[in-house]
Every structure is written in C-alpha cells, then in structure tokens.
Design a binder for this molecule. Structure first.
Ligand code: EPU
Length: 428
C-alpha cells in the first residue's frame, strides 16, 4: 500500500491537461450494454473506477478493448449475469448497471453500491423510476433484484434532484415501449454527455440538461463512437491548486461554462481568472478574501468542489462559511485539516473557516475522494512535508495526479508504507 508525500511551498507554474469526466465515464461505460454492436468511447480517464467497470462488463460476457484512453465494448454476447457481490461493491456508480441491464435484458441482480461515505445516499428515486417503468424491484440480502415482463414509458417526478437517478431512469427508458417523461431531472453536464452517447446509439431523447427529459423508447440500439466531456471537477480542483500555490497555471481541455460557479467564487476571493474556449488561466491572488459557499445542484456550486475549496479558504483573510446542502457528512477532511493547523469548526452542515493560517505539514488520511483532493491542496500550501494515506480514494477519481502536479513544478511522490504504518492505519 502506498502513501502520498508532498513537500509544500513550491510555486506551481505551467499547463495541466484535464482528463475525461469520471462521473460521465462511470455512466457511459454501463450504457454500452444497451447496444447490439460495438461502441467506442474516446478520452476516458485513467482511474480505478473505469478499470472496475471494464472488468464488470467482461464478467457479463462483453468483449472490451481498452488502450490508452479509448475503450471499445462489443456488447453482443453479454448476458444478464447476476452481480450480487464482488466488484460492484467497490464503486457507487455500479448502480448504472441496474438501469442498463434492465433496459436491455428486462432483468438484473446488482449488489448495493459502495463508494464514498458522505452521509445517507439512498437510491429510492432510482427504484421509484424503475417501478414506474414496470419493473418489480426487491432488495434481497444486500442485492437489488429487478425484473420486468416489459418496460413501458411513464411520467416520473423525482422527489430529489439526483444525477444518478436521472441517468439510471434514462438508461432503462431508452428501450421501453412508448414515452417516458422525467420531471425535476438533474441538469449536470454529465447527463447531457450520456444522452448524447445514447442518441448516437439511436435513442430518442429530448431535453437533457433541462429539468424535463422526454424519451421515446426504441426497440434496438446500435454501436457508435463517442468522445467524453472533460472532467469539470478535476478542472476545478486544478483551478483551486493554481489559486493555492500557483504563479500562473493554465488548465487545458476544459469547458469554462461548466465551472461558472467556481470561477465566480474564485474571482470574489480576489483570484485572477481568464477563460477562453477550452482553457482557464489562474493567476495568484496577492491577498485572498474569505467567501461564503453553499453547495447546490448544477449550475449551483458543486458539492464535489466544496472540500478542495475549504483548504484554499484557510489561506483567505477573514471568516468563510461553507454549507453543504447535498450531503450531511461531507466534512471528514476538516479534522485532518485541523491537524495541519487550520482553524475550522463544523456546525451542523456548515464549516466555519478562520484565516489566513499558515498550514503545517502533517500525517493525514483521505476518507473519501474529494477529501483526498482537499488534503493534497493543503499539502501544497503547507510548510514542510505532508503524508496522505487513503490513496485508493484519490485513485478512484484523479487520473495521473502525481505526474500532473509534478509537471507544474510540485514536489510530490508516492512511497510504499511500512508494515508498522499499515498496522497503525488498520487500528485507527
Ligand atoms: N438522493 C436521494 N435519493 C436518491 C438519490 C439521491 O435521496 O435516490 C439524495 C442523497 O441523499 C443526497 C443527494 O441526493 O443527498 C445526492 O445523492 P447521491 O450521492 O445518490 O448522488 P449521485 O447522483 O449518486 C452524483 C455524483 C457525485 C456528486 C453528486 C451530487 C456520480 C457517480 N456521482 O452522485 O459525485 O457528489 O452527484 O452532485 O455521478 C464525486 O464525484 O466525488 C461524487 C460523490
């Protein structure tokens, strides 16, 4: 097992290229199940979630070629193999196998998903959608059993705006009989990306990216080629890196429009930001000002950038308040930031950050993916060396993090953990 070592305080400069979007990739790959002939997805990120989904497609009989960042899936020999245990438990997005297998085979058995622990993450809205389409859904010993004689289009109102439920219902509905309308749908760019792939496969979808999505079911879907959108959360993370420790960082392969809420907040803090078609330049602010943040569904401020931004706010003058309205327990990074000398307290769903503080290197643990990103940013800002364990979380979502940061001039490396350190971690 490895840990990440970061020697803080080095100024970062140069260009970093953003990879394909994790939260698109984890839906696009299961979506290939719905076709009858090969689908190619270009530009996938090199992250463990992608590798696990590739293995799962092979487990159900798919033929998958994956080289560099491009994956071709031949779904023609897939079968509706039950997946109650094993790799499905490793990532949250394995729930997309439910919608895709239900759409193609009218049945599926999928273990309840794993993923980051951020407070309650029910999938009741996914199930409500599947049932409305005519599926019988039961939960037996930690696995969801879905079965339908036929899927019929329906009008589905989501009680909670959920990316996962919106995409999952779309996956099942594209091969249902008749029209499905999803109301109060999520509007994230990843939903448009999945709808674009499905449309290229022959699906009939209107309104993706708005809160009403209309789907007219078709009998069959065919293969196609699709290029994934850039990862707005990875891009946002590097923008925060640029503000935290940069002397001019250019973020390449990004859709600036996807990051308007972060751009506005960084500018409010006094950070210089310039954008063009597919790049964002982040200059260093001489003195950053405290700001308040409330996470909201897209196009509001993304919860996935709340944790990385908290680290940056420790260096801002004044008191900032970060409120997470999406997750009740996405503050596990705060205790670790405190170990690094941050002055933060958590009250309910808000973190109150007093700054500016000079962070100090320390031994810290990433409890989830974006907590990991937050600690890396803190490590880059800190005096001395920071050791981050829990790298398996970071590897789920950040493609070549160490190489990209070293490319900007950071001093960061992976190191094998000693037996004693691993024991200590287990007992912690
Ligand atoms: N929710 C429900 N019922 C549902 C679905 C969601 O009540 O059926 C509620 C949850 O309780 C929570 C909120 O809706 O309050 C978000 O839930 P969830 O974690 O299920 O969201 P998601 O759609 O599965 C996606 C991203 C997350 C991102 C959220 C919010 C993927 C694979 N995951 O999750 O990404 O935080 O939307 O934008 O797309 C990450 O990348 O680090 C990450 C966690």
């Amino acid at each position: 097992m490895e840990k990440l070592m970061i020697a803080g305080g080095y100024p970062l400069k140069g260009t970093v290229r953003i990879s394909g979007a994790k939260n698109s990739a984890v839906a696009l790959i299961p979506a290939t199940i719905l076709a009858e002939s090969p689908v190619t997805i270009e530009g996938l990120p090199d992250i463990s979630d992608v590798q696990i989904l590739k293995d799962l497609l092979e487990e159900i009989g798919g033929t998958v070629e994956f080289s560099e960042n491009d994956m071709t899936v031949d779904p023609s020999s897939m079968i509706s193999m039950p997946l109650p245990n094993g790799k499905v438990k490793k990532l949250r997005a394995s729930y997309y196998l439910m919608g895709a297998m239900l759409g193609r085979f009218k049945k599926a058995v999928i273990g309840l998903p794993g993923g980051c622990h951020l407070g309650p993450r029910p999938i009741d809205q996914h199930i409500k959608g599947f049932e409305a389409l005519g599926a019988r859904v039961t939960n037996e010993q930690g696995a969801i059993y879905l079965r339908a004689d036929e899927l019929r289009g329906a009008r589905i109102y989501l009680d909670v705006v959920s990316v996962g439920a919106t995409i999952n219902i779309m996956l099942a509905a594209v091969r249902a009989k008749g029209r499905t309308i999803i109301e109060n749908a999520a509007k994230e760019p990843e939903i448009i990306d999945v709808a674009t792939l499905l449309t290229n496969m022959g699906a009939k979808i209107k309104g993706a990216g708005t809160d009403v999505i209309r789907i007219d079911g078709v009998d069959q879907l065919h293969g196609c080629q699709h290029t994934i959108i850039p990862d707005r959360i990875e891009a946002g993370t590097y923008m925060i890196v640029g503000a935290a420790a940069g002397e001019g960082v250019l973020i390449d392969n990004v859709i600036p429009h996807h990051l308007e809420s972060l751009i506005a907040k960084l500018r409010e803090m006094g950070v210089q930001i310039e954008t063009n078609d597919d790049q964002v330049f982040v200059g260093r602010a001489e003195k950053m000002k405290a700001v308040d943040i409330k996470t909201l569904v897209y196009p509001g401020f993304p919860t996935d950038l709340q944790q990385p931004l908290t680290s940056l706010l420790t260096g801002a003058e004044g008191t900032s308040m970060v409120t997470d309205t999406i997750y009740s327990a996405r503050f596990k990074h705060i205790d670790e930031l405190r170990r690094m000398n941050a002055n933060i307290k958590v009250e309910g769903r808000s973190a109150i950050i007093n700054g500016p503080i000079q962070l100090q290197g320390a031994k810290v643990k990433a409890s989830d993916l974006r907590a990991g990103a937050a600690l890396v940013i803190a490590g880059l800002m800190a005096e001395g060396v920071t050791e981050v364990t829990g790298l398996e979380h970071i590897d789920r979502g950040y493609s070549h993090l160490v190489e990209k940061l070293n490319g900007l001039g950071a001093t960061i490396w992976r190191e094998e953990m000693s037996k004693e350190e691993m024991e200590q971690m287990k007992n912690a």
